[in-house]
Design a protein around this ligand. Structure first.
Ligand code: 4AD
Ligand code: MG
Length: 435
């Protein structure tokens, strides 16, 4: 291909700054997404990893190479960039040259409908499709804007270990691993280490993969998922609720601003996202139970909410709802007992609207040594593994609070997905761990 006066670019640049290349010769490198013909004109839709662009071919000399360009073949296309009002990226290419870099034969994912198992078996290729492209780019933005928000608010990223000798969220969902002959677990949550971090650096967060051997086969459960866990010294339950609300608001605003292309591919209703402005609704566990009863649920006070109950509660609100003060009996040992009623704890879950259920779980932490020790004994927690954690209440204890937000559930809600499995590149689920 000639190199004179050619602008090597990509569809993201064209989408954002295409005007400056209009009527000039551009070159893009990518893969054949789709193709069609209409009379004497051929159309090649090319994806370059940043977007999709239509390349128009009206020169009969290019028909042969067009025929060679099968779905997912690697190619380079040169041509004049023309404005196209109907195009989602605003431009198309009037093709002058096509170079076939790699010819793909029999690409398994065709434009016809495929079953979910087939698609999951081909996840390594499925991620190239338009919808998956949009979701995973939004996932990137969500992670990026979460970090941006927390860093701006004075947090530092403080990594929790993945191998841990102790449990955070109960012993029933632990993955055991052999650590040179010792028993260790994959982390269910980085929280306990964040508490050490908060007393050392005041505002910290970890952001990493977490693991739960949960035998749940729902639209909301993954075995390996990513969680961001901020933890703040001198923060009460109210303070941490506000941080969570502001963080969610910030991320959604930023995604609306910078991912309109991806949201349009997903046909997401933007007004539903624009409504997500703090403060969110707030109710107690007790009020949530009353709400369920008023909706005809036969619910036992003291039980935990399952997916059906969460959906029913969140459907009553057009913004997220924060549920506080759950019974102590269904919550972990580290949550602070409500000083006004010792049967409850100072915790919060945030349920997303549109039926997405719990996206955040957090609490004020028990900062009193005696009370914490008592609770750990009641729950038969092996104290020798938690000496370091108890130290945090012996040396410079302070009121502190934190929460965890599950990335896949947050992304599933923003993208309005049916299942969290599409919100992570390679999902790990109860019966699936390949590819
Ligand atoms: O409510 P969880 O279990 O809270 C904790 O782990 C706390 N230690 C966090 C903290 O305070 N630092 O989990 C927090 C969030 C949930 O609200 C949900 O969004 C997500 O993690 N989550 C899952 N996401 C996908 N699949 C699963 N199996 C999940 N379990 C929890
Ligand atoms: Mg929870």
């Amino acid at each position: 291909m000639e190199t004179k006066e050619v602008i090597y670019t990509n569809t993201e640049e064209i989408r954002k700054r295409g005007k400056k290349f209009e009527n000039k010769t551009v070159s893009i490198r990518g893969w054949v997404w789709n193709k069609r013909s209409s009379g004497k004109i051929r159309f090649l839709i090319v994806r370059d990893g940043k977007g999709f662009i239509q390349c128009v071919i009206d020169n009969p000399l290019l028909y042969d190479i067009f025929d060679e360009c099968t779905q997912e073949s690697t190619c380079e296309v040169q041509g004049i960039l023309k404005e196209d009002k109907r195009s989602p990226i605003g431009f198309e290419i009037l093709t002058s040259n096509i170079k076939l870099i790699h010819k793909t034969i029999n690409y398994p994912i065709t434009p016809k409908e495929h079953g979910i198992d087939f698609l999951l078996d081909h996840r390594h290729l499925w991620i190239r499709s338009r919808k998956q492209f949009a979701i995973l780019r939004i996932r990137h933005s969500v992670k990026n804007f979460i970090r941006e928000y927390l860093n701006k608010e004075g947090f530092i990223e403080f990594d929790s270990p993945i191998f841990t000798p102790s449990a955070c969220e109960g012993t029933t969902t632990l993955f055991e691993v052999d650590y040179f002959g010792d028993k260790m677990y994959l982390s269910q949550s980085g929280q306990l280490y964040q508490e050490a971090g908060a007393l050392a650096f005041e505002k910290v967060y970890c952001f990493g993969p977490t693991f739960r051997a949960e035998k749940s086969k729902t639209r909301r459960h993954l075995i390996e998922f990513w969680m961001v866990e901020p933890e703040v010294a001198f923060a009460t339950l109210d303070d941490i609720i506000q941080i969570a609300e502001n963080m969610i608001f910030y991320v959604i605003q930023k995604v609306l601003e910078s991912n309109s292309y991806e949201l349009s591919i997903l046909e997401r209703n933007l007004d539903d996202l624009r409504k997500i402005v703090p403060p969110f609704y707030r109710i107690t566990y007790t009020e949530a139970v009353e709400l369920l009863k008023s909706k005809g649920f036969d619910f036992n006070f003291g039980d935990d909410f399952g997916a059906t109950e969460e959906t029913a509660i969140s459907e009553s609100f057009d913004k997220p709802v924060v549920i506080t003060h759950y019974p102590k009996s269904i919550k972990p040992f580290y949550m602070k007992i409500d000083p006004e009623n010792p049967n409850f704890v100072l915790n919060m879950d945030i349920l997303a609207p549109e039926g997405y259920g719990e996206i955040v779980g957090g609490s004020q932490r028990e900062d009193n040594y005696e009370i914490l020790l008592q609770r750990m004994k009641e729950e038969n927690i092996p104290l020798e593994e938690y000496n370091w954690y108890l130290d945090l209440r012996k040396y410079g204890s302070a009121v502190h609070s934190g929460f965890g937000l599950g990335i896949e559930r947050f992304v599933a809600w923003i993208c309005k997905l049916d299942h969290v499995r599409e919100a992570i590149p390679f999902p790990r689920m109860l019966y699936r761990y390949k590819p």
